[in-house]
Design a protein around this ligand. Structure first.
Ligand code: ZN
Length: 235
């Protein structure tokens, strides 16, 4: 079994990154309080090409939607399943060429040192957050709950932290080919990827995390990060 390949097309990228930045920098204001550095959660849409000969299985992300009804805090984002079902029904009815191919959510960190200390770009798991909790429990659960017809789902984490001063570093790969880190002005962003797959358990269909990390391809992103930093430097 080859690792899942995930290609994110350029026009899906602004939604992913700006929703993570909005939750981080703007947050949410209610009459009583303002909270920032929140998580966000959304769905990835597109299509899938199956494994064939030398070609690995691939999902191609063409669109992303954000769950504005998700219960979000600094350390969690819990989507409303009713909202996810509504979107699947609505989108596939009017855009029959799209299907859910995965999820994304963000990890906000107060500082670069905090993000580095906890390797905050990695998926949370029972080892890091407690029994039966974390991304690696939630993703297969969601896969099983709503997406059993999908052989694979890709899951992206957009980790965000503010920098003290404008960063200027070339984008670099992290966690093999499954993610990368970027400096975007006074922000550092990590995009990492994971995959879950449908499997047949003895007592029926279910889902599990795939052992191998995906190969993540966001062809436009590195080039945009470099151009954006040039643009800022010449302002
Ligand atoms: Zn997470």
């Amino acid at each position: 079994m080859k690792p899942l390949n995930i290609t994110v097309e350029d026009h899906a990228v602004p939604q992913l990154i700006t929703s993570a930045l909005e939750a981080y920098e703007i947050g949410r204001t209610s009459p009583r309080k303002k909270e920032d550095k929140l998580e966000t959660f959304g769905l990835l849409w597109g299509y899938m090409t199956p494994e064939r000969g030398n070609r690995p299985p691939r999902i191609i992300v063409t669109t992303a939607t954000v769950e504005t009804s998700a219960l979000v805090t600094k350390g969690s984002a819990k989507p409303d399943l009713g909202s996810l079902r509504m979107k699947m029904e609505f989108v596939t009815r009017y855009w029959p060429h799209l299907e859910v191919v995965g999820t994304f959510h963000s990890h906000p960190y107060d500082s670069l040192s905090e993000a580095r200390e906890y390797k905050g770009w990695q998926a949370s798991s029972p080892e890091t957050v407690g029994p039966n909790q974390g991304d690696t429990v939630f993703w297969p659960w969601l896969h099983e709950e709503l997406f059993l017809n999908n052989p694979y789902l890709g899951h992206l984490i957009i980790s965000v932290t503010a920098l003290q001063k404008t960063g200027w570093a070339l984008p670099k790969a992290i966690e093999g080919d499954s993610g990368f880190e970027l400096s975007l002005g006074k922000r550092k962003i990590w995009i990492t990827s994971y995959a879950s797959e449908a499997i047949e358990y003895e007592d029926g269909p279910g889902a599990q995390m795939m052992d191998a990390l995906p190969v993540l391809d966001i062809p436009s992103m590195t080039h945009r990060a470099i151009e954006g930093n040039f643009a800022q430097a010449s302002d």
